[in-house]
Design a protein. Sequence first.
Length: 423
Amino acid sequence: MAVDLLLGLQWGDEGKGKIVDVLTSKYDIIARFQGGPNAGHTLEFDGIKHVLRTIPSGIFHENSMNLIGNGVVIDPVVFIQELEGLKQFNIDFKSKLLLSRKAHVILPTHRLLDAASEASKGKAKIGSTLKGIGPSYMDKTGRNGIRLGDLELNSWKEKYRALANKHEELIAFHSVDIQYNLQEMEDEFFKAVETLKELTFIDSEEYLHQAQKSGKTILAEGAQGSLLDIDFGTYPFVTSSNTTAAGACTGLGVAPGQIGEVYGIFKAYTTRVGSGPFPTELFDEVGAKMAKVGHEFGAVTGRPRRCGWLDLVALKYTCQVNGVTQLMMMKGDVLSGFDELKVCTAYSYKGKEITHLPYNIEPENVTPIYSVFKCWKEDLTKMRETSKFPKELNTYIDFLEKELELPIKVVSVGPDRTQTIHR
Ligand code: GDP
Ligand code: IMO
Ligand code: MG
C-alpha cells in the first residue's frame, strides 16, 4: 500500500490537525515525520478543542495507530505535559502510540541555546518558537545527538552530561543575558524521561514496512509548512527540518516510489508567525480583520499571526516541490463579507513581471501583482454541500484550480470536524 501525505503549503497553521483528524477514519496509521513541539495542531469535535504538539492528530480515533517517526525531535518535558492534557480521554498510549528509537531528544540546554541564539541575533532573529528545535537538529546533523533508543542504554546520562556541558559553553559564548537554573530544568527533564520510557519505542521503519506489506493504510502528517522548509523555504527564516514531501521519506523510512496521494492544504488567504519576508502581507484594516475573524494567534506561542492575501506564486512553487495531487482550502468562511478579494498571481521583480518564486522575496525586490475578485457575502459556516456555495466562492475556487492545475477536493468552512465539505 502507498503512503499518503498531508502537508501545509504556506508558512504553517493551515489547519493540518483538523484535516488529519477528518481523514483518520480512512487510515490505519497516522505518522508524524518531522518537526517537534514547535507545531500546534488544533482539532475540534463534540464541542472540545485540543492542540497537539508532537502527538499525531489521529490519536482521538479508536482504531488508528499513531506513530512518531525518526525525523521528529521530542522534548520529554513537553511530551509528558501533552499526555497529561489528554488524560480525560482515557487513551491507552502504551498501545496506541509508537515512538521511533531513532527520533532525537530535545534537551533542556537545547531550549536555552535557542533562546541565546535568538537573543544574540537582535533584530535579525528568526522568531523561533524557542522550543529547542534548531539546536536539536544541529546536534542531529552534527552527529552529537541523543536518540530515544539511547535512553534504553545505561550509559546515556554520561553522553547527556558531556553534551549539556558543551551546550553551557556555547550559551556563554553568545554573551547574552539568559537566566536559568539548569538543576531545576534537569530534575524535570529526567523525571519526564522516566515517564516517556514507559511508552512503546520501536524500530519504526521496519514497523511501517511490515504494515505496508500487510495492506495497512498510512497517512503521514506534516508539521509547519513548505515555506518554512530548511531547503526550499524563506531561508534563514525557516524551521530546521524538511517540511516538504521528501521529508516524509527520510522522516519515516518510506521510499519515494511508495508515496501515494499528496494532500496539499492551504488557507484561502495567507498567514505567517515569526520573522521573514511575506510579499502579500497586509498592514491595514483588511489584514487586521483577517486576524480578528480568523482568530489568527499562534497555537503554541499565542503570538499574533501576520495576515495577507493568497499568494499563488508561492503556492504554485510549493505544489511543485511537493508533487501535490489534490488540494484542500481552509478558512474560506473567514473571508465572508470582505469588500473584495485579492490573489497575487505574479511578482514585479526588479522591474520585470515573474511568476516563479525567486531566490530573494524581500520587499525591496518583490512587489505582488494582484487579480481582484468579488467576495461572497454569505456565512459559510453552516453550509455542508457544494450546491449551496455562493457563486463568488465558486468563481474563486475555479480560478485557483485553473491557476494551480490541481483539484480542490475539500473546502473547510469552520474549525469543527463537521465543517468540512468534500467536492
Ligand atoms: P495546523 O498547525 O496546520 O494544524 O493549524 P493550527 O491548528 O495551528 O491553526 C489553524 C486554526 O484554524 C485552528 O485554530 C483551527 O481550529 C482553525 N481552523 C481550521 N480550519 C478552519 C476553517 O475552515 N475555518 C475556521 N474559521 N477556522 C479553522
Ligand atoms: P504548525 O505545525 C507556524 C515558525 C516560527 C518561526 C520559524 C522557526 O503548527 O504549522 P522554530 O521554533 O522551528 O525554530 O521556528 O518557524 N514555526 C511555525 N509557524 N506553524 C508552525 O507549526 C511552526 N513551527 C515553527 O514561528 O518563524
Ligand atoms: Mg499550528
